[in-house]
Unconditional design. Structure first.
Length: 221
């Protein structure tokens, strides 16, 4: 039986001596090894120098499943992409802003980044919204719009507000600014860990009261 198998394998190989090309199930190989059909590897498969892929269209990405199978990655039917984009719209938000929102997105599997934002008046949809400081009418407070890890729930939370301030619009009836609810739009990018992104350990820098410094290059860069 072994001899028959080896003989069949030799017949299925076509070797072009001029270019040292090998074809399996093809008599006209276009590469050093041109396989027409499925490839199964029982052990490890190493790609030491895969090179550049100049054919962008119809390119395939191979991934390993939890059952250790190598399959084509199809983003159209996948539960997630390596990089995901979502717009969070918080309608009729209180004038104090978004103090805490649990996205329910796992901190173990994903990295959540707030990429951009804007807000509109909920009642009218106009962008003429200002911030009123609780400290002084001459103060302009800073924004706090970010995502962070909640270690109690192991999920990503989002905040979007201004320090000691409320959102306001100008009321022409009273000729004054009044608190108003807003619609907050957040552009959020969600990275899949272990697939395309790697989270580094926290880097704490003591500036010693200075406003300049030289960073220590993170390990691996």
């Amino acid at each position: 039986m072994k001899r028959i198998y080896l003989f069949s394998l030799v017949l299925s190989l076509t070797i072009c001596s001029a270019s040292a090309q090998v074809g399996i199930n093809t008599t006209t190989p276009n590469s050093h090894l041109d396989v027409v059909g499925d490839v199964k590897t029982d052990q490890s498969l190493y790609l030491e120098n895969p090179g550049d892929n100049t054919q962008i269209r119809d390119s395939k990405l191979l991934i390993q499943t939890t059952g250790n199978e190598i399959i084509n990655y199809d983003i159209a039917i996948s539960k997630y992409g390596p990089i995901n984009y979502a717009e969070f719209v918080f309608e009729n938000l209180d004038s104090s802003g978004l103090q805490d929102y649990d996205t329910k997105i796992s901190t173990n599997d994903y990295i959540v980044v707030v990429q951009g934002y804007y807000f509109l008046d909920s009642a009218t949809g106009i962008p003429e919204v200002v911030l009123y400081s609780a400290n002084s009418t001459s103060n302009v407070e800073g924004y706090q719009i970010y995502s962070y890890k909640n270690t109690s729930t192991n999920t990503w939370f989002i905040k979007g507000f201004a320090n000691d301030s409320t959102f306001r619009i100008y009321d022409f009836l009273t000729n004054s600014y009044i608190d108003t609810n807003v619609d907050l739009y957040l552009n959020v990018v969600i990275y899949r860990k272990g697939f395309i992104s790697k989270e580094l350990t926290e880097m704490t820098i003591d500036m010693g009261g200075l406003n300049k410094g030289v960073a220590t290059l993170p390990i691996g860069f």
